[in-house]
Design a protein around this ligand. Structure first.
Ligand code: MN
Length: 284
């Protein structure tokens, strides 16, 4: 199932070029009281929501996909986890301009990094680019959305903890600052166009992915080229962090990263998920 958040906070099921409005299924979510759990309330109860959707789908209002504004399908991740240099060809393209004095270490030594939850946005929100005198790059990535809480998750159980997949853009200010700072600017974590539930992706480690800027291909690769594949990334992250429902793992970008400017249209596509267009504008 392809679940989208559209036109504000409406919930939709995407089939072909239409969206079925199943916002009423959100009624299964409980009213929350302090202290709030560190999880996305919808993703944490995805099975119950999908059960309710099944009762609503036939009578659901239908709107055209091209007519809706798509938000991030996850609203409240406790964390957004990033994977540095997780494709060999991207590692090999990191030259002095990108390195900014950082040593290039393998992911086994470097570990993972966090992007602020406030950086999260959807494709129709667009990227609000800051620091226009500095280079800012696109990074297209398979994004994994965690569905079931876990710590020290073994590799062979890792995919049991996945709610679904989406396209992630890990927008990156190049510079000497820590990744958690320069990759955490508001709107620098784009998630969309929808959540594809895990049952639709048999093997997340063999999906083609690409990114175009203004119609020109910049990135083209396949998740089979990941250094740490999806199960290993989940296991690795959970050695350090408890993974909660709604947590997002951006799995790393292939080669071809390059600068973006206000006015650009980014189009990202991942096999089995779909495609999304994201406009870049100047931050107000
Ligand atoms: Mn990245």
């Amino acid at each position: 199932m392809r679940l989208c958040r559209f036109d504000g906070d409406r919930l939709g099921v995407v089939t072909g070029d239409v969206v079925r409005d199943v916002t009423a299924a959100l009624d299964v979510l409980p009213a929350l009281r302090w202290p709030l759990p560190l999880e996305d309330p919808l993703i944490a109860r995805l099975d119950a929501v999908i059960d309710r959707i099944a009762t609503l789908l036939d009578a659901a209002p239908v709107v055209r996909l091209v007519d809706v504004a798509l938000g991030s399908p996850v609203t409240s991740p406790s964390k957004i986890i990033g994977a540095p240099v997780n494709y060999r060809a991207h590692r090999d393209e990191i030259d002095d301009e990108l390195r900014h004095g950082h040593a290039i270490k393998p992911i086994s030594e470097w570990g993972l990094f966090l992007k602020a939850s406030t950086a999260l946005c959807g494709p129709s929100d667009g990227v609000a680019q800051c620091f226009l005198d500095e280079r800012t790059d696109h990074e297209v990535e398979l994004a994994v959305v965690i569905g079931r809480k876990g710590r020290d998750i073994p590799v062979d159980r890792a995919l049991d903890h996945v709610a679904g997949y989406a396209i992630g853009l890990d927008i990156t200010l190049r510079g000497p600052q820590f990744q958690s700072f320069r990759k955490s600017i508001d709107s620098y974590a784009v998630l969309g166009p929808w959540l594809v539930t895990a049952d639709e992706i048999a093997d997340p480690s063999s999906l083609s992915l690409s990114l175009d800027v203004d119609g020109v291909r910049r990135q083209q690769s396949d998740t089979s080229k990941l250094i740490y594949d999806v199960p290993r990334l989940i296991a690795y992250a959970s050695e350090y962090y408890t993974l909660n429902p709604g947590d997002i793992i951006m799995t790393g970008t292939p080669d071809g990263v390059g600068p973006i400017r206000p006015g650009n249209i980014l189009r990202a596509e991942i096999e089995g998920i779909g495609a999304m267009s994201v406009a870049v504008r100047r931050a107000a």
